[in-house]
Design a protein around this ligand. Structure first.
Ligand SMILES: Cc1cc2nc3c(=O)[nH]c(=O)nc-3n(C[C@H](O)[C@H](O)[C@H](O)COP(=O)(O)OP(=O)(O)OC[C@H]3O[C@@H](n4cnc5c(N)ncnc54)[C@H](O)[C@@H]3O)c2cc1C
Length: 390
């Protein structure tokens, strides 16, 4: 596996173990039939508890009482890298469950909410989803229209969310909406069990990207939840945005995994495939492609490792994560296309991974803040001037 500047030589025992466990899981449980799932547009749901048993959901969070492992941020990053080397749909499942559902419950939830949900989510006995995006509000979620109106010791929720990973198979949704009963209508997080009256979770079927992942809507029509279902520890957009910083950290690592799998596939293919009397790897044009791919993957990997160091010591800023998400996903998207090209006609089939990764990366480039939005985040950080509204 490509690790050109020997970053993995410095891993500790636990990090190595997590990398190896995830790599083996991907080899044995994902790679054999991910192409079929991709074509069918299905997620291998039977793997959800298995991934829980292996500790793939938020292992970087602390709390033995909730079955959380408290591993290093590098270990968590490596896990995301290995899962996305299998498929971004598998990594998305673990990212959403861990960074977008367990993280807010862990960081902002009450003791009762933590006790009720964290162990079940960690074990994969329950599935969670994160409802922020709305049909009319994607890049600007602060304009959300979902409303929660207090009624005695309950809240009544109305609104609709879309493009929600896992919503059709979720037991609980972290829904972000404006509390219209409080001054200035602050954004609050609500834990909404999906079997409550008035909740619908229609599946979105017509995707050409991220096909081995379940995506849906969340409809909320006069849904009543008790006050105890509000996340008590946060108010305002910093709630959902802090979750996104966690998830984007994992994406910056995951994209490296997808790109590495494309590289390894292309390198092997170039060595095996013969044209004009010998392997295509002997042509300078093909070597140039591999050299560029290896260089781009290695520099993205370095950025991901540095991010983990900063996160570990509490110095990671959301803007650092924006830079890494923006760079690493663009890198992976570009390199997946080059790998696909090196495979010739065979490259457009599900027998090989690059085209599947390439198509997945269209979603990864768009979700969790589009490439453009992260450009504006960096632009604001570098100049002090926000250009979001033109
Ligand atoms: C498969 C999939 C899974 C997803 N999972 C989830 C999930 O689990 N939970 C969730 O809440 N959301 C999820 N999303 C939604 C995702 O985060 C949004 O699609 C994303 O934020 C972009 O919003 P949008 O699609 O409405 O695009 P828009 O915001 O309408 O953007 C359209 C285009 O305009 C550009 N643009 C927008 N504003 C500006 C600006 N100020 N300056 C320059 N260009 C701009 C964008 O970059 C983009 O190119 C998912 C999306 C997909 C495709």
């Amino acid at each position: 596996m490509l690790d050109y500047v020997s970053l993995e030589a410095d891993l500790d025992e636990e990090e190595r173990m997590i990398r190896d466990t995830a790599r083996e899981f991907v080899e044995e449980r994902i790679k054999p039939d991910i192409g079929e799932h991709y074509e069918a547009g299905t997620f291998p749901e039977e793997l959800i508890p298995e991934m829980g048993e292996l500790g793939f959901y938020a292992p970087n969070l602390e709390g033995e009482e909730y079955d959380l492992l408290g591993v290093s941020e590098t270990a968590y990053g490596l896990l995301m890298q290995e899962l996305e080397a299998g498929d971004a749909g598998i990594r998305s499942m673990a990212s959403v469950q861990g960074a977008l559902v367990m993280y807010p419950i862990h960081a902002f939830g009450s003791d009762d909410q933590k006790a009720e949900w964290l162990p079940r989510l960690a074990r994969g006995e329950a599935v969670g989803c994160f409802g922020l995006t709305e049909p009319e509000h994607g890049s600007n979620p602060s304009a959300m229209e979902t409303r929660a109106e207090r009624d005695g010791d309950e809240y009544v929720l109305n609104g609709s969310k879309t493009w929600i990973t896992n919503s059709p198979i979720a037991d609980v949704a972290v829904v972000w909406g404006r509390d219209t009963s409080a001054e200035d209508n602050p954004v609050r997080g609500f834990l909404v069990e999906t079997d409550r009256d008035g909740v619908s979770t229609n599946k979105i079927d017509d995707k050409l990207s991220m096909r081995a992942s379940v995506t849906g809507e969340i409809g909320l029509s006069n849904v009543t939840v008790p006050e105890e279902n509000v996340l008590p520890g946060v108010e305002g957009m910093k709630g959902p945005l802090s979750c996104l910083t966690q998830a984007r950290f994992g994406i910056a690592w995951g994209a490296v995994g997808a790109a590495r799998d494309c590289f390894e596939t292309a390198r092997q293919y170039a060595t095996d495939r013969e044209q004009f009397g010998g392997p295509i790897a002997r042509f300078q044009i093909q070597q140039q492609k591999l050299a560029e791919m290896a260089t781009q993957i290695t520099t993205a990997q370095l950025l991901a490792y540095r991010l983990a160091e900063l996160k570990e010591r509490g110095d990671l800023r959301p803007q650092h994560v924006s830079m890494a998400k923006r760079n690493n996903v663009r890198m992976a998207r570009d390199q997946a296309r080059i790998a696909r090209e090196m495979l010739g006609g065979n490259g457009i089939t599900t027998d090989y991974s690059p085209m599947r990764h390439m198509s997945n990366l269209e979603t990864v480039y768009t979700y969790e803040g589009t490439h453009d939005i992260h450009t504006l985040v960096l632009g604001q950080d570098l100049t002090g001037i926000a250009a979001f509204e033109g």
